[in-house]
Design a protein around this ligand. Structure first.
Ligand SMILES: [Zn+2]
Length: 85
C-alpha cells in the first residue's frame, strides 16, 4: 500500500484546471457539440451570440446558456434590414 505522499508536499491546488475561460465565452467543448437546429451545421461564437456557419442564424446566449431555438434565433444580419422587436 502506498501512502499519498508522492507529490511535493504543500502543493496546493490553486484554482481549477482550465479555469481560464473568459466570462461570457463558451467553452470550446460546448461549441463542438452544439449545432444549428435548422441545418445541423456548426456554430461559432460571435460576441454574445452563436452564429450558424451555414444559414447564418444567430442564437443568443443567456447567462452562459445558448438558446438553440429556431424561433428564438435572429436571421443573418446580411439579409433583412427590417427591425422587428
Ligand atoms: Zn443553420
Amino acid at each position: 500500500m502506498k501512502a499519498e505522499g508522492g507529490e511535493s508536499p504543500g502543493a496546493e491546488k490553486a484554482g481549477t484546471e482550465d479555469g481560464a475561460v473568459e466570462e461570457g465565452a463558451l467553452e470550446a467543448e460546448l461549441l463542438k457539440i452544439l449545432a444549428c437546429p435548422k441545418c445541423k451545421a456548426a456554430v461559432e461564437q460571435e460576441g454574445d451570440r452563436l452564429v450558424c456557419v451555414k444559414c447564418g442564424l444567430r442564437y443568443r446566449i443567456e447567462e452562459g446558456i445558448p438558446i438553440m431555438l429556431i424561433d428564438e434565433a435572429e436571421p443573418s444580419s446580411a439579409e433583412g434590414d427590417a427591425k422587428s422587436e
